[in-house]
Design a protein around this ligand. Structure first.
Ligand SMILES: [Zn+2]
Length: 299
């Protein structure tokens, strides 16, 4: 499932390519993509508009259009946004030449297609079809994302702010990190990687962190996300970047999906548990399980 580094990779690749381009036509092939809005309504509202910017908020892609409108897209489980050259008969997700009449896997999973004024197309492909899109005016945009947590790669993400959000919470740290209302864009992969870097056990209660733990977790989250960006995101399942290529982060995981393999720090075996219904990987030796409340200093 694409998280912040995967969505940001797509955003950084696409923005210089599509900024200033006019959308000649949007074709929605699956009405569920725009639900509850009717696909035809979104198609006609988007057609003819110029792309002013492509941004990101949490795991959402924000396609800013002229006329103070934004098309917000979420890739969910298996969505990809891929730039396709005109009538090229190449599968954008596999990079393979296609024979006459053959349908590529991207074509089979195509849910929406933007035709740009330079002849290129932007494809939203999505085998499991949980991805979604909605149109919103700029006035509504801020309110729509008001409850989304802090952007972890912004200067607003501080140890002090993290402490305020975590204070009094008994939820395990892993669940706390997955909650988009606290930190936007962190999912299962980068939560595990961040907790390992911070040397904190995923089942530690969020409210049990002392100041040094808050600093370690803040740094761990930032370092884990930046590693993901450096390697072009992680392709465990279906994720492809805007050029249809796999990311490389899956080869760089410190603990995620590495059950039984040696911990990169101590050499002991990495363990797997389930937290909030999600597979969670950690090192039982390196990651400290905090007590429920911070211990009072002896006076
Ligand atoms: Zn270890």
């Amino acid at each position: 499932m694409p998280e912040l580094p995967e969505v940001e990779t797509v955003c950084r690749q696409l923005e210089p390519e599509i900024e200033g381009r006019r959308i000649e036509r949007l074709e929605v092939l699956d009405g569920r993509w725009t639900r509850p809005a009717p696909a035809a309504k979104v198609e006609s509202a988007v057609a003819g508009r110029t792309i002013e910017a492509l941004g990101r908020r949490g795991k959402y892609l924000l396609l800013a259009l002229d006329g103070e409108m934004t098309l917000v897209m979420h890739l969910r489980m298996t969505g990809n946004l891929v730039l396709v050259e005109g009538d090229e008969r190449v599968d954008p997700s596999e990079g393979m030449r296609l024979y006459e009449g053959e349908r590529s896997s991207s074509e089979r999973h195509l849910r929406a297609r933007f035709e740009l004024d330079d002849g290129r197309q932007l494809w939203f492909t999505d085998p499991r079809r949980f991805g979604e899109a909605f149109l919103i005016d700029d006035a509504g945009l801020e309110a729509r994302f008001a409850k989304l947590g802090v952007e972890p790669l912004s200067a607003d993400f501080t140890a002090e702010g993290l402490g305020r959000r975590a204070a009094g919470r008994t939820a395990p740290l892993k669940s706390f990190l997955l909650d988009q209302a606290h930190i936007a864009g962190v999912g299962n992969i980068y939560a595990d990687e961040a907790l390992f870097r911070a040397r904190l056990h995923p089942l530690s209660p969020a409210g049990s962190m002392r100041p040094e733990h808050l600093v370690a977790l803040r740094d761990g989250v930032v370092e884990a996300l930046e590693a993901g960006l450096t390697h072009g995101g992680a392709s465990i399942d279906d994720y492809r970047d805007a050029r249809g290529e796999k990311g490389g982060m899956q080869n760089e995981f410190l603990v995620h999906t590495r059950e039984g393999e040696p911990c990169p720090s101590c050499g002991g075996p990495i363990a797997r548990i389930v937290v909030s219904g999600r597979s969670t990987y950690y090192c039982p030796s390196c990651q400290v399980r905090l007590r429920k409340r911070p211990r009072r200093r002896a006076t």
